[in-house]
Design a protein. Structure first.
Length: 372
């Protein structure tokens, strides 16, 4: 039999994708067998061998892309086998545990987007504290679902959450030191910058939005951050910093704090008068609005020209809605809300991957321009 062409191999990969989609994608892992996945892995190895037989000259420049695609599928199927076996071992508890694992991954993503590789003196301390607390609660729920004798991959998930809690706490200690460094003028300018960041958070997440769909704890975080910066500004003034801009900034922050405190009261008052099921519905509508914004500004667009900053903000906004849906779902069971949670999780995971692809495309383009 003649060696297969690159087109033959690409068709076989498409067939593999269809088999995986039909047999496993979106399926309850408790209801499927790992045997089919083992067969898929065997086929990827055969396809890989066929590609290697072609040689680089015959396969052409697309060979590397196809090889990466084959290896990616193999890794996916191997990971899925581990999860299917764990699901069979844990039973119905696996689904709940897996949801907490997804929530942890979303926390890791938020940290990576907002902290990794960033200057500590410009980072949001309140957000980092929130990420730490969120991971603590996720770990607590993980251990409550399966308090002992966790399958090995699930125990690794718990260990990873623990490691990141410790990592984020270490960073939490370093950020205030970085923000208090430099001359008094440096510090005053820095606290003004940090305060403006919080004003931007309010503008993006609260201005013009339905109070029913807003998470009160987010506004609490903004207020606590501003109080922290206001205290630092006032300390500089007490240490004899003569700066009209710093004095003016104290007044601006005081005004915003008064307005935000009042808005927080209105949000809590509004939400307290609405049934949980109606809040759930409002959150679903808010998610649909974000889906539409994504379709308009990102779907099918050139990754090198779209706004990575806007996409990151969309991920954060969807994260706000998902967390509220999940919190309400732990208080009151509702079939529609449960379905909405699944949909929002899928969208958020997809947007996280798209953000990473956008950043990679834009960095690659920047590197090419630099070399030119």
């Amino acid at each position: 039999m003649a060696d297969k062409t690159l087109e033959d191999i690409e068709k076989e990969l498409a067939d593999l994708d269809k088999e995986y989609e039909d047999g496993y994608s979106g399926k309850d892992r408790n209801s499927v067998s790992p045997a089919g996945l083992e067969k898929l892995i065997a086929r990827t190895k055969t396809i890989r061998a066929d590609l290697e037989k072609l040689g680089a000259l015959t396969a052409g420049e697309n060979a590397a892309t196809v090889l990466a695609s084959i290896d990616g599928r193999t890794a996916l199927y191997e990971r899925e086998i581990v999860l299917v076996k764990a699901a069979n071992e844990m039973g119905p508890a696996f689904g709940r545990f897996s949801a907490e694992g997804s929530a942890a991954n979303f926390v890791f993503d938020r940290y990576n987007r907002h902290y990794a590789g960033q200057s500590r003196d410009t980072r949001d301390l309140g957000l980092l504290k929130e990420l730490v607390e969120e991971l603590r609660q996720i770990k607590k729920r993980m251990l409550a679902i399966a308090p002992k004798n966790l399958p090995e991959p699930m125990q690794r998930d718990v260990d990873l959450v623990t490691q990141n809690i410790e990592r984020y706490q270490a960073e939490e200690r370093e950020i205030p030191r970085a923000q208090a460094a430099g001359t008094q003028e440096d510090q005053a300018n820095r606290y003004a910058f940090l305060a403006n960041q919080q004003f931007a958070v309010y503008q993006s997440f609260f201005a013009g939005q339905s109070r029913i769909s807003r998470r009160p704890q987010l506004l609490v975080r903004v207020i606590e951050n501003l109080r922290r910066y206001r205290t630092a500004m006032f300390d500089l003034k007490n240490k004899n910093l003569k700066s009209t801009s710093n004095d003016g900034n104290i007044g601006i922050v005081d005004g915003r704090l008064k307005a935000y405190d009042a808005e927080l009261g209105e949000i809590r008052k509004t939400r307290s008068s609405v049934k949980l099921v109606d809040i759930m519905g409002t959150l679903g509508n808010a998610a649909n609005a974000l889906f539409e914004e994504y379709r308009k500004d990102f779907a099918g667009k050139d990754r090198t020209t779209v706004s990575a900053e806007q996409l990151s903000a969309l991920v954060d906004k969807l994260d706000e809605l998902r967390r509220q849906m999940e919190e309400l779902g732990r208080v009151e069971k509702n079939e529609t809300n449960t379905k909405n949670i699944d949909i929002v999780r899928d969208y958020q995971a997809s947007w996280v991957r798209e953000y990473q692809a956008v950043r990679a495309a834009q960095e690659a383009l920047s590197a090419v321009k630099t070399n030119d």
